[in-house]
Ligand binder design. Structure first.
Ligand code: SAM
Length: 183
């Protein structure tokens, strides 16, 4: 009995330490988007059957489950926090994969749609990486915070706090295009 309890304690402690490490390395807490924000983001993404959607930092996977109710899409959630990743995995719907890890190590070129709710400092440090990681034409819905240097196609404001949801399309997200800046 003592051995079982000790094992559970060690596992819980390890998960806690890994969660703290995830938070300190990204500065992004596990905070679920509101249902209204997810609805607006999915409206803007206008998912079509057969497309692939990735949630960058999927938390407990709420957006992935909502996406499935909209269209017959293939979903991937990538999450660094082990508790959240495990929760998203347990609650996942059909045709949804959940991966525990850092999405900056994933190949994202196969996705037509991206959902993200990430913090300003993180977006500032990773905007260039994200731009290179995605294929031209990829639609990106960003909840709350803008991707610095990118121009949205559309901004929708939701809820009483008028929370902004932005839609970017890779290839048209730099306005003016970088080569014409400063001319
Ligand atoms: C604000 S929460 C949003 C959760 C979910 N996308 C939603 O909107 O309900 C952001 C999540 O991104 C995760 N995250 C941040 N940086 C990450 C990275 N580089 N790789 C994987 N997950 C990351 C955090 O652990 C956190 O759970």
């Amino acid at each position: 009995m003592i051995v079982v309890l000790l094992t559970l304690f060690v596992i819980a402690l390890a998960l806690l330490l890994l969660s703290l490490r995830a938070l300190s390395s990204t500065g992004v807490p596990v905070r679920a988007s509101s249902p209204e924000a997810i609805d607006a983001a999915l409206d803007l993404l206008a998912l079509r059957d057969g497309e692939r959607l990735v949630d960058l930092g999927c938390g407990f996977g709420r957006a992935l489950r909502a996406a499935h109710r909209r269209a017959d899409v293939e979903c991937l959630g990538i999450e660094l926090n082990p508790f959240a990743a495990a929760g998203a995995w347990v609650l996942r719907s059909r045709r949804t994969r959940v991966r525990w890890g850092d999405f900056r190590h994933a190949d994202l070129k196969e996705f037509q749609a991206v959902f993200c709710y990430l913090m300003p400092r993180f977006l500032e440090r990773n905007a260039d990486w994200l731009e290179k990681a995605l294929a031209p034409g990829t639609r990106v819905a960003a909840v709350d915070f803008p991707v610095p240097g990118w121009t949205p196609e559309t901004v929708r404001l939701v809820g009483p706090l008028r929370q902004p949801i932005r839609l970017y399309v890779i290839g048209r997200h730099r306005h003016p295009p970088p080569e014409s800046q400063g001319l």
